[in-house]
Design a protein around this ligand. Structure first.
Ligand code: ADP
Ligand code: MG
Ligand code: MG
Length: 251
């Protein structure tokens, strides 16, 4: 599904190399987790995959189902099926949540050569998905994320994901700032979307999210590289001993 080879990324503004040769393959149907100390480059990787500006790829490649991702504009990546749930979801004053979702969904359908979804069908779809995530009608009518609590914002990210049904879902610290109940809602939402044709990259600093979204593969990122890969037990090792042991071992 997603193939990243030798990815090197620096900041556009300053001469600072952040990713220093990331290699990663996420197979369809699998959930890969990336853990790592603060500042190791996890968010940068997710931004670069989604096409955010400010970063320059100096070497390496990224492909989704064989298509060169780095050549594409952010909206083309979205149409191709890459979705990033942000660590800090942005507020969009003046744009209703429902309008935003419907516009995003129809843009994607258009890119795929499909017809727009009717207002009635969309309403049915959104009500059903929102119910699962305990998102009430009021939250659907309000401007995107404006005045939402931290937990509501994260749930709203998962709602976007559930509506858009991307091929490759990237979640950047979706658990940060969530209480246990909100985290479970988010995890249930993600688990409901796990399917054969969809890959997940779940970025988290802490292990606890991975109790609820059990990954197939766990990677440890440090100083712009993936330094260790293993199964779910690797996350438990981090929980128990911190990153120190692993970093010392690979140094
Ligand atoms: P993580 O998500 O693992 O905590 P980040 O990808 O946010 O790490 O950051 C990796 C490194 O790159 C950090 O040292 C961070 O300070 C630096 N960095 C990332 N983006 C910028 C930026 N726009 N300007 C300056 N430094 C940045
Ligand atoms: Mg961080
Ligand atoms: Mg981060």
């Amino acid at each position: 599904m997603l193939q990243i080879n030798n990815l090197h990324v620096k900041l556009e503004e300053e001469d600072k190399q952040i990713l220093k040769g990331v290699d990663l393959t996420v197979e369809a149907g699998k959930v890969h987790a990336i853990m790592g100390p603060n500042g190791s480059g996890k968010s940068t990787l997710s931004y670069v995959l989604s096409g955010r500006e400010g970063y320059e790829v100096t070497d390496g490649s990224v492909s989704l189902e064989g298509e060169d991702v780095l050549e594409l504009e952010p909206e083309e990546r979205a149409a191709l099926g890459i979705f990033l749930a942000f660590q800090y979801p942005i507020e969009i004053p003046g744009v209703g949540n429902m309008t935003f979702l419907r516009t995003a969904l129809n843009a994607q359908r258009k890119a795929k050569g499909q017809e727009e979804m009717s207002a009635a069908d969309f309403l049915k779809l959104i009500r059903e998905k929102a119910k699962d995530l305990k998102i009430d009608a009021d939250m659907l009518k309000r401007p995107v994320n404006v005045g939402f609590s931290g937990g509501e914002k994260k749930r709203n990210e998962i709602l976007q994901m559930a509506v858009l049904e991307p091929k490759m879902c990237i979640l950047d610290e979706t658990d940060s700032g969530l209480d246990v109940d909100a985290m479970k809602l988010v995890a249930d939402g993600v688990n409901a979307l796990r399917s054969e044709g969809r890959g997940f990259l779940v970025i988290t600093h802490y292990q606890r999210l991975l109790d609820h979204i059990v990954p197939d593969v766990v990677h440890i990122m440090a100083d712009g590289r993936i330094v260790k890969t293993g199964g779910p037990e690797l996350a438990l090792e981090v929980e128990k001993n911190g990153y120190g042991d692993i970093l010392a071992e690979v140094a």
